[in-house]
Design a binder for this molecule. Structure first.
Ligand SMILES: [Zn+2]
Ligand SMILES: [Zn+2]
Length: 163
């Protein structure tokens, strides 16, 4: 993740966006956002719930999940659907690409200017209103290889472009 403005700047952005959407800034919401900003692997609601309970033992999973979905609705974060079907959350709204581990499901960010400039084929724009694009590499991450995960040979299905 690339965060040019530092933690203080990120919270300013959070505060500004919440205000603009009349979303109350509660200590729980700030904590949820902070957890997201501290993760580089696009955590699930479940993960955020497990971490936030250290500080807010009475918070419910529903509250955490609803807050994350609300954050996504106001454009503060993005939802990333992983192939395992678990919804993951991405606090980085600047153009970037993803490395998705097919074993553990974690998703890492990477920057590549050439990929930012990929042209959208006419066959797509004729049929769809393209609102974004992202290159996704499907990999087995070093941690999973260390744990003995088998690596399948590279095929064309291991790279995809999300639009
Ligand atoms: Zn992995
Ligand atoms: Zn990302």
């Amino acid at each position: 993740m690339v965060h040019k403005s530092g933690v203080a700047g990120e919270l300013d952005y959070f505060t500004e966006l919440c205000r603009r959407h009349n979303l109350k800034i509660t200590p729980q919401r700030v904590a949820i956002y902070r957890i997201l900003m501290g993760c580089s692997d696009h955590p699930s609601a479940d993960y955020v719930f497990r971490i936030i309970r250290n500080d807010f033992p009475n918070i419910s999973f529903e509250t955490v999940n609803r807050s994350l979905l609300t954050f996504a609705e106001i454009g503060l974060i993005a939802i990333v659907e992983s192939t395992s079907g678990v919804r993951r959350f991405d606090p980085d709204m600047v153009s970037h690409h993803h490395i998705h581990c097919i074993k553990c499901g974690r998703i890492f960010d990477f920057q590549h200017v050439d990929y930012d400039c990929i042209a959208v084929p006419d066959s797509l724009t004729e049929r769809f209103s393209v609102v974004g694009k992202r290159v996704v590499f499907h990999v087995v991450c070093p941690d999973c290889i260390k744990k003995g995960a088998k690596v399948e040979p590279l095929s064309e299905t291991h790279t995809s472009v999300e639009t």
